[in-house]
Design a binder for this molecule. Structure first.
Ligand code: GLA
Length: 654
């Protein structure tokens, strides 16, 4: 980050407005404390009205106008939405759905990630942009593409199939190795050569699971490759260029652990639903993920709405103060910039009812007044820039497990992200900071490592998780963890990484059978910890672990639901074979924290309230419509509905 004020602003699309509005925009931006405008995200058609014919004069003027006004520019490469002429000349560049439907021009992102025509034209534009603007004094960051994969995460066209085969050949080397990994001895699926392999389009019934996950992996890589190609063009012009692309929180179709390695600044777009009283959980988890993806370094909120979006069936506005709450939540959880989609609300197009920083009603409006107030408030938080958010609890997050548990032909299709949010919520309710980690990551800085639904674990990840207890820390694993290896082959001998694995030893259990519960069916848990289980049951065989809680009815009656083992090495291993109800989960979190010696900020669960410490300053936010008084780390704090504050190091409000 370049400045010592928190970046503030949003997407700016001046091409939708007459020239005279631009000057008013800059004046209004200055009054609102805006520091940053993201320009050009959807400008390709205006920048290159016909192939090879460029019009940069207007963008020159936009950048100069902003620069003169003291507004820095995040410059987009403008490749997010190709102009109609591309598909007109290259219909094969359009994406194809799983059912073979070629998607039409008229919205956006209508390109196949593997289209050579798209790539060629996009890179040509990026080179022109980089040559013209890389050294423009207003430009501080490159915004490559936009929300890669948002609408078209994958395409089933011919070029994608060819690229998939190349990817497979690189991954497996030989067709024999592919046959082994894909388990093609099953259902006569053996391939004689890579040429015979296709994309997993619509099939008579559920297809090969490893082919499906490989296509997911390939599709994430294909998009990432586009990002990389654009970045390399920019770097070839300016080796010092700083680049990002905007992530979309826990987005199933892009493995952000891999993506994070390629961006200089982690940035994210998030639109928590104001109508959902639980959306703050998703929001807090997402902010923590963004910080974690960058290994703790500051990140940038690239987009949020000041109020309503346009793309839900019912687009409820944010509550008064809620955009401030969301913004401060980001800063508290590691963001050094708060940007919005978009500066001025459009008059035409799909997003004309999407809120903005300057709404249809103009600057004399509730929304714009809140925008100005937030700009002023962020100016005072500059001391948090670059500051870390310490956490000693880690949750394992893994795209392969996500892909695997949501595949068909599993005992029960599970919703991975909702499960992650549910387990995360237990810590949020106690005011305990959480980082996310990849399954094979070094977790030695954490006292408590929690692995919900860690379904796919390679050998290294199994060992890594086992090490948590042998080094003296606490490991919690959830149901369905360690069931599959990276080829999605079942691990034999009592799951959880397979017979005699480091994970089985760490937890002191084997898993003999699954018994998923139908929707709405619960199972009573009895013992030292009583409560309800939902979603899942298992036949767990303790091999050293103590039973904390047992299933009391149905197929698994009498078998352990929750176990705990004091492991050799001084650590503790917990296993949870069901999805506990909220109270039971709170009680479990309490025990895990005690085992790990981690102190919670709230003495007991505080639904709807969050707290986190950044740079020695404690943030407290109220995500409920009620006035609340809470005790946070010994200090009593009063919060308005949707109110938020930072306590100074001494405990006084600021
Ligand atoms: C995404 C896109 C923006 C805009 C917003 C609307 O975040 O990146 O261009 O469409 O959604 O919410």
């Amino acid at each position: 980050m370049t400045s010592q004020v928190i970046r503030y602003g949003g997407d700016y699309n001046p091409e939708q407005w007459p020239r005279e509005v631009w000057d008013e925009d800059v004046t209004l931006m200055q009054r609102a404390g805006v520091t940053t405008a993201t320009v050009g995200v959807f400008s390709w058609a205006k920048l290159e009205p016909s192939p090879g014919e460029y019009d940069f004069a207007w963008l020159d003027e936009v950048l100069d106008t902003l620069h003169t006004g003291g507004i820095e520019v995040i410059l987009a490469t403008a490749t997010a939405s190709p102009p109609p002429w591309l598909a007109h000349r290259h219909p094969e560049s359009l994406p194809v759905t799983i059912d073979g439907v070629r998607l039409a021009v008229g919205s956006r992102q209508q390109y196949s990630p593997s289209s050579s025509a798209y790539r060629e034209h996009a890179l040509r534009l990026v080179r022109k942009m980089a040559e013209r603007y890389a050294r423009h004094p207003a430009v501080t960051l490159w915004h490559i593409g936009n929300e890669y994969g948002c609408h078209v995460p994958r395409s089933y066209d011919e070029e994608s199939a060819a690229a998939f085969r190349v990817w497979l050949e690189k991954r497996y080397g030989t067709i024999d190795e592919l046959n082994r990994a894909w388990g093609t001895a099953f259902w006569s699926q053996r391939y004689g050569s890579f040429e015979e392999v296709g994309v997993p389009s619509r099939m008579p019934t559920d297809g090969n699971a490893t082919q499906a996950i490989d296509f997911d992996r390939f599709s994430s890589d294909a998009l990432l490759e586009l990002y990389r190609a654009e970045r390399e063009v920019i770097r070839s012009v300016d080796p010092d260029a700083v680049a990002t692309t905007n992530f979309m929180g826990l987005f199933r179709h892009a493995d952000y652990w891999a993506w994070a390695r390629e961006v200089d600044v982690i940035s994210d777009d998030l639109y928590p639903d104001p109508a959902d009283s639980r959306s703050h959980i998703l929001a807090a988890a997402t902010r923590d993920l963004m910080r974690s993806l960058g290994g703790g370094r500051p990140w940038l909120l690239m987009e949020q709405a000041t109020s309503a979006v346009n793309w839900r069936p019912i687009n409820v506005p944010k509550h008064r103060g809620q955009n401030r709450l969301h913004s401060l939540q980001c800063v508290a959880r590691g963001a050094d910039g708060i940007l919005h989609f978009q500066w001025r609300q459009s008059v035409a197009g799909t997003e004309k009812f999407h809120s903005a920083m300057v709404p249809h009603a103009g600057p004399d409006s509730r929304i714009h007044r809140e925008v100005r107030a937030l700009g002023a408030e962020l100016k005072d938080l500059g001391d948090l820039i670059g500051q870390p958010v310490p956490a000693v609890v880690a949750i394992v997050l893994d795209w392969d497990s996500w892909r695997a548990v949501e595949q068909p032909s599993t005992p029960r299709q599970l919703t991975y992200d909702q499960t992650i949010y549910a387990w995360y919520e237990g810590f949020l309710r106690r005011g305990v900071a959480v980082d996310f980690v990849a399954p094979g990551a070094d977790t030695s800085g954490y006292r408590l490592v929690v692995a919900p639904l860690a379904n796919v674990l390679n050998d290294a990840a199994v060992s890594r998780l086992g090490e948590v207890v042998t080094r003296g820390d606490v490991l919690v694993a959830g149901y369905q963890s360690g069931v599959l290896d990276e080829d999605l082959h079942a691990r034999l001998g009592g799951y959880l990484g397979g017979a005699g694995s480091a994970l089985q030893r760490a937890l002191g259990v084997r898993v003999e059978e699954f018994a998923p519960l139908p929707d709405g069916v619960t199972t009573a848990l009895t013992g030292d910890l009583a409560g309800q289980g939902t979603v899942w049951q298992e036949i767990v065989i303790p091999v050293g672990a103590q039973v904390v809680s047992a299933f009391s009815d149905g197929f698994t009656a009498g078998h352990p639901a929750v176990t705990r083992q004091d492991a050799t090495g001084g650590g503790v291993g917990w296993y949870v074979a069901t999805e506990p109800d909220t109270d039971t989960r709170d009680a479990l979190v309490d025990r895990w924290l005690t085992d790990a010696g981690v102190e919670a900020a709230f003495a007991s669960a505080e639904p709807g309230i969050e707290t986190v410490v950044r740079g020695g300053r404690r943030f407290v936010g109220n995500h409920t419509p009620e006035h609340r008084v809470v005790t946070v780390a010994g200090t009593s704090v009063e919060l308005e509905p949707y109110g938020a504050l930072f306590l100074s190091a001494e405990g006084a409000d600021r």
